[in-house]
Design a binder for this molecule. Structure first.
Ligand SMILES: Nc1ncnc2c1ncn2[C@@H]1O[C@H](COP(=O)(O)OP(=O)(O)O)[C@@H](O)[C@H]1O
Ligand SMILES: [Mg+2]
Length: 255
């Protein structure tokens, strides 16, 4: 049985998608059979996951609407061991709310994750910000969750909230482990950033925060803009090395 790892955070713009895409690509580069699933109606995975040119944009929304089969929405990438399921056709506001309602009403998403787990070694799930219905559905079928945390002052207010919520959710899903918080977009020359990082490390149990920190790097943002994970495009970049280290730590836990 493979492992389902959800990437979750209270806030948007903290590096969730970047983290999901790079962890998935790094697992795949190591020959681990990996599936990346985008559950965020914003659909950002499409831009950064290294899909083949001329791929279709069908995904979860089309599958749950019954217009595409599962086989049709599992897309290949430039990496042999990485497949991607996009969020699919959710282009406007009304699509988004219909998608959310359907996702919460049906058990298709947990069922899909359970069957993906039987076929893949690792299933990484990118989620919309917050802990709404979709994220709860994802967590009901996950064994692991990590929380990217951008080192900025507001992070200190939202972190206890999400940790409490995750604790509550794990009461319903005994299999779910909070693997930890990973500090993202870290800038050692920014005083606010280092202060927030120190505070987080002082106030949370040590096993709750990964030692490895993802630095802010131009290469990470550029890779995303060029449609590729930074671990593929620029493996020697500091952010790529951080994601590689994170995968090494996760692999140890997955054994
Ligand atoms: N380590 C990093 N260094 C520089 N820019 C980053 C880094 N991680 C993410 N970004 C950029 O920050 C923005 C938000 O990241 P994203 O992964 O989309 O966050 P989320 O999915 O939480 O909304 C994107 O423009 C992304 O390219
Ligand atoms: Mg995102």
């Amino acid at each position: 049985m493979g492992h389902v790892l959800a990437v979750v955070s209270q806030k948007g713009g903290v590096g969730k998608t970047t983290t999901a895409v790079n962890l998935a690509a790094e697992f795949a580069l190591r020959g681990v059979k990996t599936l990346l699933v985008d559950c965020d109606p914003q659909g950002a995975v499409k831009y950064g996951a290294g899909l083949r040119p001329n791929h279709t944009a069908y995904g979860l929304a089309d599958y749950i609407a019954g217009t595409r089969t599962l086989r049709e929405i599992v897309l290949p990438t430039t990496l042999p061991w990485l497949r991607v399921i996009l969020v699919g056709t959710v282009t406007n506001e009304s699509d988004q709310s219909a998608f959310q309602e359907l996702m919460v009403e049906t058990d298709l998403l947990p069922a899909l994750l359970a069957s993906a787990r039987a076929r893949c070694d690792v299933v990484i799930v990118d989620t919309p910000p917050g802990l709404g219905g979709i994220v709860r559905q994802v967590l009901s079928a996950s064994q692991h969750v990590i929380v990217p945390l951008q080192c900025e002052p507001l992070a200190l207010q939202t972190t206890p909230q999400i940790l409490r919520a995750l604790e509550n959710i794990s009461l319903d899903n005994e299999e779910l482990t909070l693997d930890g918080i990973v500090l993202t977009m870290f800038d050692e020359n920014n005083e606010v950033c280092t202060r927030v990082a120190d505070y987080v490390r002082r106030h949370l149990p040590p096993d709750m925060v990964f030692d490895v920190v993802v630095p802010r790097s131009a290469a990470a943002a550029e890779a995303f803009a060029a449609g590729q994970p930074v671990v593929v495009r620029n493996a020697s970049d500091a952010s790529a090395r951080a994601y590689a280290q994170l995968v090494t730590e996760l692999q140890e836990r997955f054994q």
